[in-house]
Design a binder for this molecule. Structure first.
Ligand code: HEM
Length: 425
């Protein structure tokens, strides 16, 4: 084997990967990612105002880094600039929110285990009827809207949130405020979605995220305390009454779990549903195929997730010097897992730029890979499947009724507005 080297990612390409605005320009983002995969598949970026970071752009490299959580530590979320890191510390974000997605061995495994069984398909089966009821309400709402709507704002933002709230065990009536919190948390770079509805400084943005976390902590604490006194079959009861190393879970950790489930389970699934609808509008032949054969719905779900890849990035920190793709990574370097790039990798997928509802195999990495692979993936698949099972048989036609837009974010996002025209029976 050759001596490891250090490939350098050109600054303009590195800025495209880092900049939240790039993810709203999906096609041109993918042009850049294609070039990165071809010429700089695993390369180091050193751009102003960022810790040096590597970009893992191929399917294989993303898997290699993601599976090795002893060497590549979680904790950062997406790639963030130095000003945002400082502002987040100053706003006290670290002290208020601890989630399994940011944990490392040995804690990660212990905390993941306490709820993992609850998310298994067998345990979720009893939820199926409740979820189907919520899906039917939204298909009826689509019918009431009379043939045109903004599918994201009218349907897709709400349905997965109600499902996850139902799973957690909080009242459906609280949906508007939880929706606002999740949008403010993930859409913070997007003036239309953040707290101030305008462009904000990094200090304001970090302060706003910290406020969201403080408010959601206070909200969930009431339910958590109640379920400790009187447990039910919901997810809050499971977490609130769990133990770690023989001690009851702390309030900070329990709140982190509820917030992770509510936030991670919402925007991701709603983006995947609306990303799938958008693709069906643009690929009428695929719409006709699934209408003619409803058994294709589970693979439509998988392809919608691959196509949309709502989690755009997670960053890992190298805990030791190591070699990836024959490149010398140094302890302390950051590695950006670029999931949308992995899911369009020509080496892993046949015709990756085509939306093919019966793609086989479809081993996408939209749910991540390795020890942090999405804990909620079976719930996400189930609620998407149920939604399309209720919708597709009644949907006679669907097409775009305007120009869709995407969220400005390098973290969790997808379609922000999807104007559609449709006929329902
Ligand atoms: C289509 C929908 C979804 C997508 C695309 C998605 C994607 C992901 C990805 C890529 C990760 C890995 C993060 C990493 O590697 O660091 C992840 C982790 C996670 N997801 Fe999801 N997710 C979805 C739905 C859900 C749902 C419905 C829930 C819960 C209700 C959920 C809860 C979580 C949690 C708690 C983690 C952290 C797991 C860990 O660190 O061990 N997700 N998700």
């Amino acid at each position: 084997m050759n001596e490891p080297t250090v490939a350098r990612l050109p600054d303009d390409l590195a800025r495209t990967v880092a900049d939240p605005k790039s993810y709203a320009e999906w096609d041109s983002l993918h042009e850049t990612l294609k070039l990165i995969r071809r010429d700089y598949p695993f390369a180091r970026a050193t751009i102003e105002n960022y810790n040096p970071f590597w970009v893992a752009s191929t399917y294989k490299d993303i898997q290699e880094v993601a599976k090795n959580n002893d060497v590549f530590l979680s904790g950062l979320g997406p790639l963030i600039d130095n000003d945002t890191v400082k502002a987040a510390k100053a706003a006290g974000q670290e002290a208020t929110f601890r989630s399994i997605v940011a944990m490392n061995p040995p804690d990660h495994d212990k905390y993941r285990k306490l709820a993992q069984w609850w998310f298994q398909p067998k345990n979720l089966r009893p939820l199926e009827n409740r979820i189907r009821g919520i899906a039917r309400d939204y298909i009826d709402k689509l019918a009431d809207l009379g043939g045109t709507c903004d599918f994201v704002k009218d349907i897709a933002y709400h349905y997965p949130l109600l499902v996850v709230m139902n799973a957690l065990g909080v009242p459906a009536a609280d949906e508007p405020r939880i929706l606002k919190w999740t949008q403010q948390y993930f859409g913070n770079n997007d003036a239309e979605l953040n707290r101030t509805s305008s462009s904000v400084s990094v200090q304001e943005s970090a302060g706003s995220v910290a406020d969201v976390i403080r408010e959601t902590n206070a909200y969930f604490k009431v339910f958590s305390d109640a379920r400790r006194r009187e447990p039910t079959d919901d997810l809050i009861s499971v977490i609130a009454n769990s133990t770690i190393d023989g001690e009851s879970i702390s309030d900070v950790d329990a709140m982190g779990y509820y917030i992770s489930a509510a936030f991670a389970g919402h925007d991701t699934t709603s983006s995947s549903v609306s990303g799938g609808m958008w693709a069906l509008c643009e690929n009428p032949d695929q719409f006709e195929r699934v209408k003619a054969d409803l058994s294709l719905i589970p693979s439509l779900v998988e392809e919608s997730i691959r196509w949309t890849t709502p989690i755009h990035q997670f960053t890992r920190i190298a805990a030791a010097d190591c070699v990836v793709h024959n490149q010398q990574v140094k302890k302390g370097d950051w590695v950006v897992l670029c999931f949308p790039s992995g899911n369009r990798d020509e080496a892993a997928f046949d015709k990756p730029f085509e939306f093919i509802i019966d793609r086989k195999p479809n081993r996408h990495i939209g749910f991540g890979y390795g020890p942090h692979i999405c804990i909620g993936m079976h719930l996400a698949r189930m609620e998407m499947r149920i939604f399309f099972e209720e919708l597709i048989p009644r949907l006679k036609s669907v097409s775009l009724a305007g120009i869709p837009t995407r969220t400005i974010t390098n973290f969790v996002g997808g379609p922000k507005s999807l104007p559609i025209r449709y006929e329902l029976s």
